[in-house]
Design a protein around this ligand. Structure first.
Ligand SMILES: C[S@@+](CC[C@H](N)C(=O)[O-])C[C@H]1O[C@@H](n2cnc3c(N)ncnc32)[C@H](O)[C@@H]1O
Length: 227
């Protein structure tokens, strides 16, 4: 499998955060959605409970709920300490403190963990790793990538980004990616190449402001659609 649990730090966002990051409308939430790199986010759990149609893909889904929970418990305090140290990189208006952030993230991960084993049986949590996806062409209306593409641009090459996005657009009619910044809050150096590539290849490409900013300056999403 090549993906070691002791190397990862599970950290999941809430349904509300996904709606804000991707400006998801009531109509969007009725579409068939793929979450790429959803990890322990609660988007799938909450949307499923609301009657939505969503599949999440992540390499951590190779592990059981018990294994993921113990990794969350092991790493939680370290993540909060890191956030406290880098507080200046974040905007503390909606979420007002590191402690409150910890509670929001932990609540999201608990919702995920409570839903995970059932969701796996229902094929809503699928093990997989970009740049390859185990899905049929155009299986989904909309794919979402939260805090994976662009964020890790220092570790994942421009080629990886181009391959991953082409693969996502093989299985989905549209992809939205947030944020466009790297971990050190700089605009990803891969963004321009991605924009150029997809504009030349008969896709509709757009960068849109969103009503969500936690990492300072991260308030735009990329949308790429088949024309
Ligand atoms: C920072 S977390 C974001 C989790 C979630 N999307 C959110 O916003 O709360 C990044 C996620 O990307 C996943 N990931 C790592 N490598 C991946 C790959 N090659 N393909 C898809 N997901 C990957 C990690 O396991 C992790 O769950």
């Amino acid at each position: 499998m090549g993906f070691a649990l002791d190397k990862i730090v599970p950290w999941g966002r809430s349904f509300q955060e996904y709606c804000e990051m991707f400006t998801l409308t009531e109509e969007d939430l009725k579409r068939s959605i793929l979450g790429c790199g959803d990890g322990p986010a609660s988007f799938n759990a909450t949307l499923t409970r609301q009657g939505g149609n969503v599949v999440s893909l992540d390499p951590i889904y190779a592990f059981s709920a018990t294994q993921i929970k113990s990794r969350v418990d092991e790493t939680y305090a370290t993540v909060l300490a890191q956030l406290e140290k880098n507080k200046g990189d974040f905007v503390w208006n909606k979420i007002t403190s590191v402690a409150e952030l910890g509670e929001i993230r932990m609540a999201a991960m608990k919702l995920f963990l409570a839903d995970y084993e059932t969701g796996k049986q229902q094929n809503r949590y699928i093990f997989g790793e970009l740049p390859s996806l185990p899905f049929a062409d155009k299986q989904f209306d909309l794919a979402l990538s939260s805090h994976f593409l662009f964020l890790y641009s220092e570790h994942l090459s421009c080629d990886f980004h181009l391959q991953a996005l082409q693969e996502i657009l093989r299985v989905a009619r549209e992809v939205r990616v947030f944020p466009l910044l790297t971990l050190d809050t700089k605009l990803s150096s891969h963004l321009q190449s991605v924009l150029d590539f997809f504009k030349q290849n008969t896709f509709q490409v757009e960068i849109k402001p969103v009503d969500y900013e936690f990492q300072r300056g991260a308030n735009q999403m990329l949308i790429i659609k088949h024309i």
